[in-house]
Design a protein around this ligand. Structure first.
Ligand code: HC0
Length: 568
């Protein structure tokens, strides 16, 4: 161990630790801006400068390793003065639009300026004038608000291995953008929005579609229905100041009714439906010698990643559309017929923890109802803002139930929101369908947790089913490279684009970090255990859907409405 002194307190830490980590052990929080634990540790912003006895200059605590006998001061007047100077320099090239900025009151730069009592910026020099890039249906880049922290670059390259963003030019002209400052829409960007989740300001954010929803709600001709993703109910509370891990399902439903939606439905319903379609597809592929391993197809960032980087593996993807898209297709066919509403008048809104869902809903494949199946996607963050605009505090609302029939779901649909959840839900159904026996224990704990790649073999009757589960595209790559090389003998792989699965999607509340992801995952399984029904094939509304409309899994109507093919 290495022993050092920080602010007159002794601490012993592992060799190789940084001053920042050692200080944390003492409960001393050194301010940071560019730092992102384990992801972006580059000492770029210099906000974390500290004094080290004997050093000629200030030292960036996030990258400086500890040394035996080191004496560190984190908050001398000189250190504070230097940090203020750095902040002033950053602010001198920042549009002072805090009042109208989407990150107002949730901006790390604003928070630091407030913390250090910056009252005025002494430097009135030039400002960077790069234009806003709003070419993508999901993500907006506003380089004027960029503080060059490079967190987005790190998450895009190191975690997602997409490399859509990079630093270019030098000095004052430095720009974080796609190569050659190309538009995001023309890049391999998978629209996952992980960059927006780590951006300390509003330099990268989701495309705001709230006004489209207000317009639909104000249109008397429109029958506006909303579906909520599995993950949103375990994260939305954070946008209203609740603790991470708060479950707000019933209150969110109540709030959505108060916003004026005609029906409040649940993506969990079509998550259950997905299990019946996808489970049967898997069994059919196994029986008929179809393409294996089969890979889940519900995460749109993952689909786009496959199209760009693994087009040869597209036949491995399940032909199932995602639950969000199945919902849209059914809302404008089955539900429209059942309720006697002209589908042209139905407006479908999705609330998703995901930015890529905005991209997914406007794909040309997603119009099988004869209309655009899902009209608008709002992220969980946008729904939080919409509630604020309407002056609705969901904490004060009673808990209400979803509407039937597209709001009836099971715990299996709920767990889709956590990495491993789709696999676990599928196993609960596939096991019982194949063996005809009831599962003694429906908790497939080998599917759970944040490990990047999980593998297991599950005995289903006579068949040992080999599975793999990945979260985050860098982890997906590890498994996909094995599949491509013919070195993988899995039957079924779940791939979720974002770290932690949808509970960590790019449209999640900010901040989202490992600790918060784990709390949302815990809440997901708590919600599953609270459900009366926990297996998709027991969902009575899904059974009725087959009896009244679809006839059978993988039947003609299912193929028409619920399945698709992606081509390179
Ligand atoms: Fe997900 Fe989904 S689980 S992708 O993460 O499958 O966004 O929450 O809504 O569609 O159901 C996101 C979350 C969904 C879909 C579902 C799947």
């Amino acid at each position: 161990m290495i022993t050092l002194t920080i602010d007159n307190q002794k601490v012993a830490v592992e060799p190789g630790s940084t001053i920042l980590e050692a200080a944390k052990k003492l409960g001393i929080n050194i301010p940071t801006l560019c730092y992102l634990k384990d992801i972006n540790v580059i000492g770029a912003c210099r906000i974390c400068m500290v004094e080290v006895q004997g050093a000629r200059t200030f030292v960036p605590a996030c990258v400086a390793p500890v040394a035996e006998g080191m004496v560190v001061r984190t908050n001398t007047p000189a250190v504070i003065k230097a940090r203020k100077l750095v902040l002033e320099l950053i602010l001198s090239d920042h549009p002072m639009e805090c009042l109208t900025c989407v990150r107002n009151q949730n901006c790390e730069l604003q928070k630091l300026a407030e913390q250090f009592g910056i009252k005025e910026v002494r430097f009135d020099g030039a400002k960077t004038e790069y234009p806003i890039d709003d070419s993508s249906p999901a993500i907006i880049r506003d380089p004027r608000k960029c503080v060059l922290c490079r967190r987005c670059v790190a998450v895009c390259s190191n975690i997602q291995t997409v490399n859509a963003l990079t630093a270019q030019e030098r000095g004052f002209d430095t720009l974080i953008a796609p190569a050659f400052n190309e538009k995001l829409a023309n890049m391999e960007c998978v629209q996952c929005g992980q960059c927006s989740l780590v951006c300390p300001t509003a330099a990268i954010q989701e495309k705001d579609d709230i006004d489209k929803v207000w317009a639909a709600l104000a249109d008397p001709k429109k029958h506006v229905v909303v579906q909520t993703a599995p993950a949103t109910r375990v994260q939305l509370g954070e946008t209203m100041g609740m603790e991470p891990g708060s479950i707000v399902t019933g209150k969110m439903v109540a709030g959505l009714r108060r916003l004026g939606f005609n029906k409040v439905f649940d993506t969990d319903f079509t998550a259950d439906l997905t299990i019946l379609e996808e489970g049967n597809e898997l069994l059919q592929r196994i029986k008929t010698g179809g393409v294996l391993p089969m890979i889940t197809s519900c995460s749109p960032g993952w689909i786009k990643f496959a199209e760009h980087f693994y087009p040869d593996l597209l036949p491995h993807l399940s032909t199932c559309k995602s639950p969000q898209q199945m919902f849209g297709a059914l809302a404008k066919t089955y539900y429209a017929q059942k309720e006697g509403i002209d589908p042209a008048d139905i407006f479908v809104v999705s609330i998703m923890p995901c930015t890529a869902k905005k991209f997914e809903c406007q794909r040309p494949e997603m119009k099988d109802s004869g209309y655009q199946d899902v009209d608008v996607v709002l992220t969980s963050r946008e729904l939080g803002r919409m509630f604020k605009q309407a002056n609705i505090n969901i904490a004060e609302l009673p808990e209400e139930e979803y509407d039937a029939p597209l709001g009836i779901s099971t715990g299996a649909g709920e767990i889709f929101g956590a990495t491993g959840g789709v696999m676990e839900a599928a196993l609960r159904t596939v096991y019982e369908v194949v063996t005809g026996k009831e599962l003694d224990n429906i908790n497939f704990v080998e599917c759970r947790g944040l490990t990047g790649v999980k593998e297991a073999t599950i005995q289903v009757g006579d068949l040992p089913v080999k599975i793999a589960i990945t979260n985050g595209l860098g982890n997906a790559r590890k498994v996909l490279d094995k599949v491509r090389a013919g070195e993988a003998d899995y039957h079924f792989i779940e791939i979720m684009c974002c770290p932690g699965g949808c509970i960590g999607g790019g449209g999640s509340p900010i901040p989202t970090n490992t600790e918060i992801r784990l709390k949302r995952i815990d809440a997901t399984y708590t919600e599953d255990e609270r459900m009366v029904l926990r297996k998709s094939h027991e969902n009575p509304a899904v059974k009725a859907l087959y009896e009244e409309f679809l006839e059978k899994p993988l039947g003609h109507k299912s193929h028409e409405l619920l399945h698709t093919h992606y081509t390179p």
